[in-house]
Design a protein. Structure first.
Ligand code: AMP
Length: 236
C-alpha cells in the first residue's frame, strides 16, 4: 500500500500473509494513514516463500550528541568489514541527502565496500527491499512494544534481516521523518543496533545505505526485490 496527500507520499506498508488473512489485512492497510487523498493497494500472489528462523538480534545505544552517535555507527560499520573511508562516505551521503540535488531517495543506495562507488541504477529510486514479513506480526509487535519499541522497528528489523540474508555486508539507516532521530546499523557481525540520535530533531534528511560487494550485485538485487521471506521469531 502507498498513500499520498496533495501529491506527497504519507504512508506505505507491505504485508505477506496467507489467503485467509487477505481481507482483514487489506482493511488494516486501508485504515493505516490518518489522512490521504490517494491510495494505491496492490495484491499479488507469491508462489514461493522461504522461512527465516530468527531475526537479527536487537540492541540499543543512546548518545549525548549526533556526532557521538555517528562516531559509534562508524565503528560498528568498520567492525562489520566496511573500510573506514567507505563508511565515512556513507554517513556523509545520508546526512547530505543521497538523491539527486540532496533529495531523499525512495529506496536504498548500494555502495561498493571496496571503492565507495555507488552501484544502484537509478539514484532517485535506489533499490527497494520488498517481500519480507513476520509469520506472526501481532506477537512480534506486542513483544517489541513491551520492550519500548514501535511498529517502525517491526518493519525495519524485518527489512534489515532480509538484507543481511541476501548478502548485504552492512546497512546504515536513519529515517527522513524530521521527528524520528533513532537510526540503526545492521550486519551479521553486530546484529541490529538501534542508535539515537543519528540526526538532529527537525532534520528532513534520511535514507538507507546498503554496503555490498560489487561481485554480488546481480544476485543481491534479485534477492532483495524478488525472493519472499517470512521471519518466524525474535532471538531469545
Ligand atoms: P523510513 O525508515 O521508512 O523513514 O525510510 C527511510 C529511508 O529508507 C527512505 O527515505 C528511503 O530512502 C529508504 N527506504 C524506505 N523503505 C525502503 C525499502 N523498502 N527498501 C529500501 N529502502 C527503503
Amino acid at each position: 500500500m502507498r498513500a499520498s496527500l496533495g501529491g506527497k507520499h504519507v504512508s506505505g506498508a507491505e504485508r505477506l500473509v496467507g489467503e485467509p488473512l487477505l481481507q482483514e489485512t487489506v482493511l488494516e492497510l486501508l485504515r493505516r494513514p490518518t489522512s490521504f487523498d490517494q491510495m494505491v493497494l496492490t495484491v499479488e500472489k507469491v508462489e514461493e516463500v522461504s522461512l527465516i528462523e530468527t531475526s537479527l538480534p536487537i540492541s540499543s545505544r543512546t548518545f549525548e550528541s549526533v556526532a557521538d552517535a555517528r562516531g559509534f555507527a562508524l565503528k560498528l560499520l568498520t567492525d562489520s568489514g566496511v573500510p573506514p573511508r567507505t563508511a565515512e562516505r556513507g554517513l556523509r551521503l545520508l546526512a547530505e541527502g543521497a538523491g539527486p540535488g540532496g533529495s531523499v531517495m525512495r529506496g536504498a543506495v548500494l555502495m561498493d565496500v571496496e571503492t565507495a562507488g555507488r552501484l544502484e541504477e537509478d539514484p532517485q529510486r535506489g533499490v527497494r527491499t520488498v517481500r519480507v514479513d513476520w509469520k506472526n506480526r501481532r506477537a512480534i509487535e506486542r513483544t517489541l512494544r513491551e520492550r519500548g519499541m514501535t511498529s517502525r522497528t517491526v518493519d525495519a528489523l524485518a527489512l534489515a534481516t532480509k538484507n543481511i540474508l541476501c548478502g548485504v555486508v552492512a546497512e546504515l539507516c536513519w529515517s527522513d521523518d524530521p521527528d524520528y532521530t533513532t537510526g540503526y546499523v545492521a550486519s551479521g557481525k553486530v546484529g541490529y543496533v538501534r542508535i539515537d540520535p543519528l540526526k538532529e530533531r527537525g532534520d528532513p534528511k534520511g535514507g538507507r545505505i546498503y554496503f555490498i560487494r560489487k561481485q554480488d550485485l546481480p544476485t543481491l538485487v534479485e534477492c532483495l526485490e524478488k525472493r519472499a521471506f517470512l521471519i518466524e521469531s525474535l532471538p531469545d
